[in-house]
Design a protein around this ligand. Sequence first.
Ligand code: SME
Length: 160
Amino acid sequence: MAEELLLDTTLSKAEQYRQLLPQIEALTTGEPDLVANLANTVAALRQAFGFFWVGFYLVKEDALVLGPFQGPIACTRIRRGKGVCGASWDQAKTILVPDVEQFPGHIACSSDSKSEIVVPVLKDGQVVAVLDVDSDQLADFDADDQHALEHLMLTAARWF
Ligand code: SME
């Protein structure tokens, strides 16, 4: 496919995800390189929704290590159970945080980040990475984001 995304911002968020996800699928199908696929995924998400920060952290031994991302520079290593990302790894589930200041142990890579969603990537029942999306608006993520991003992370699991 042409390296250009078709995005219709007049659609609802759920519809925009429905338009975007097959395009990410197409962009990554047949490409065996993990970093290339993760990089295009975060770029596509940021281009579509203008998120403040979107990126992957990859499980490497006893830590999550920063992977491809779009946005301001970020913390490079997060221990299991620490912050929202470490909690998502530990619990192997999505964590939605409407107000990061209310999340005990939240790791503030940027003081501009106000709400966050972290979705794990599961391969053979093990968390191999997490997708972290941050917004500079409070309560910016809901069940539509969770549903679509969990679906997208099923695709991402195939790249590992
Ligand atoms: N806020 C995250 C850390 C990663 S940055 O937001 C990019 C956390 O609490 O795990």
